[in-house]
Design a protein around this ligand. Structure first.
Ligand code: NAD
Length: 486
């Protein structure tokens, strides 16, 4: 894989009604490994949001009436277009996000799987439309229809830009909705490439529109626009609240995928090597910039000391380098703001009395770029920000527990509830704990594998609704019952 070509020209960041447009605002996109400018992308505003919504509304009539089979054909074309551009999309993710090659490959393959999965679902939906509903009366009959909810707004963050886009875009198109997508202003390059692929997929003009730009210039008017029936948002809780507030003005449907403060529970009968591997993956994948990061590691008291020794050794062995360097295991954080935010959390944690056992500083071999050595903390006070808030960086907080009940209570003691992991040698114990955890997805002795067939989303303040699986498509559909007197 080669470094994505540095784009010296200004890239048009608006795709509206089948046309690329330059827009007004100029957004600088940087390479987090070098701190150098990677591209300039133009952004939109409230006026262009309105134009895109009008184009999508004009396309909706015809697109909403296409069969699932017709939509499936286009979704599969997009999937194969992504597969054909796999190496280039990986390179863009490495240059713009700092993802090492193996992580960029996981992202692109997930996108392909997601489009193919929703192609299958769209096709299957044809056979289920107008399904008869059993009624307790012979005087009436009823049939059930699922219809696309209209023009939808998709707002995505920077940490898994392509994946988050695919999880929203594929089910929205499968459902028959028309779309306005807003990438993160930090990482728009992969979505711009995806838009080129979509433009060549045979999707009718106006069904898919994209506007790059900042949250205030583009995301805010999308959230409030009366022509958008639903907003599907992934990002921070603070912005999620603003999206919900603006959407309230027009009683718009909203689904939210927000933050997390998830736990990995290492039970007394756990395989310690496996626990260390899973803790490392759960804390340091994507440089810890994961809503699903299991940044709290709860370890049975008898295993605490050996676990700490091994996780520190593991953290210190991770190769932190430019993502395209041979053997790179962890790239930089996405930008200076994120780097500084994580450093601030680390400093505040130390001041609160937590023990930093390793990492948490710039690697000496990397004088430039937003690189951070993976950190392990112990003795983290339960009321500290380090323990309670989402860090979104390569930082693990390890704590001992003396009973299963205490471990579950510690894991559930957060306003979030996205995911959790359990490591145990006993399947009954692991199942019992999984059932007691307040989380939308629990992995047992497994890395954070995600399949399009299983739901994504969490409890409490982590989510509103679920993505992926049939739920991901239902989120973009209205339910209609037609009842007839016989
Ligand atoms: P962010 O909330 O700052 O931005 C997310 C998106 O919202 C961006 O496109 C941004 O431009 C836009 N935005 C900003 N202000 C807006 C406004 N006022 N109105 C509408 N849109 C606006 O989040 P981020 O920093 O890009 O991403 C990190 C956050 O995303 C973390 O909190 C992480 O937990 C969360 N996240 C959650 C999931 C999940 O599935 N639960 C997945 C990935 C990331």
């Amino acid at each position: 894989m080669n470094e994505a070509t540095v784009l010296s020209t200004v890239l048009a960041g608006l795709y509206i009604d089948g046309q690329w447009r330059a827009g007004g605002e100029r957004l600088t996109v940087t390479n987090p490994s070098t701190e150098e400018q990677l591209a300039i992308v133009t952004g939109g505003d409230a006026r262009t949001v309105d134009e895109a919504v009008q184009a999508a509304q004009a396309a909706f009539g015809a697109w909403s009436k296409t069969t699932g089979a017709a939509r499936a054909m286009i979704l599969r074309k997009i999937a194969s277009g992504v597969a054909a551009r796999r190496e280039h999309l990986m390179a863009l993710q490495s240059s713009n996000n700092g993802k090492p090659g193996f992580e960029a490959a996981i992202d692109v393959d997930d996108v392909i799987a997601t489009f193919n999965y929703y192609a299958d679902l769209a096709e299957a939906a044809d056979g289920q439309q107008n399904r008869a509903v059993e009624l307790p009366s012979e005087a009436f009959s009823a049939r059930l229809r699922r219809e696309p909810c209209g023009v939808v707004g998709l707002i995505v963050p920077w940490n898994f830009p392509m994946v988050t886009t695919a999880w929203k875009l594929a089910p929205a198109l499968a459902a028959g909705c028309c779309v306005l997508l807003k990438p993160s202003e930090v990482t728009p390059l992969a979505e711009l490439e995806l838009a080129q692929i979509i433009a060549g997929s045979g999707l009718p003009t106006g069904v898919f529109n994209l506007i790059c730009g900042t949250g205030l210039a583009v995301g805010a008017p999308m959230s409030a626009h009366p022509g958008i029936a639903k907003v599907s948002f992934t990002g921070s809780n603070a912005v999620g609240v603003q999206v919900m507030q603006r959407a309230a003005e027009t009683i718009k449907g909203v689904s939210l995928e927000l933050g997390g403060k998830s736990s990995l529970l290492v039970m007394a009968d756990a395989d310690l090597d496996l626990a260390v591997e899973l803790a490392s993956g759960g804390g340091y994948f994507n440089a810890g910039q994961m809503c699903s990061a299991t940044s709290r590691v709860l370890v049975a008291q008898d295993l605490l000391e050996p676990f700490l020794q091994r996780i520190v050794a593991k953290a210190q062995s991770i190769k932190v380098s430019g993502p395209l360097e041979e053997g790179s295991e962890m790239g930089p954080l996405v930008n200076h703001a994120q780097y500084q935010r994580v450093i601030n959390h680390i400093e505040a944690g130390k001041e609160a009395g937590a023990h930093l056992l390793c990492g948490g500083k710039r690697p000496t071999a990397q004088p430039r770029g937003y690189f951070l050595e993976p950190a392990v903390f112990s003795q983290v006070p339960l009321d500290s920000a380090l323990w309670r808030e989402e860090i979104f960086g390569p930082v693990l907080c390890v704590r001992g527990f003396s009973s299963e009940a205490e471990a579950i209570a510690l894991a559930n003691d957060t306003q979030f509830g996205l995911v959790a992991s359990v490591v145990s040698g006993d399947s009954e114990t692991a199942d019992r704990i999984a059932n007691a955890l307040h989380a939308g997805l629990v992995w047992i002795n497994a890395p954070q594998v995600i399949f399009p067939q299983t739901a994504w989303g969490g409890y409490k303040q982590s989510s509103l609704g679920r993505e992926l699986g049939p739920w991901g498509m239902q989120a973009f559909q209205e339910i209609k019952h037609v009842v007839r007197a016989l």
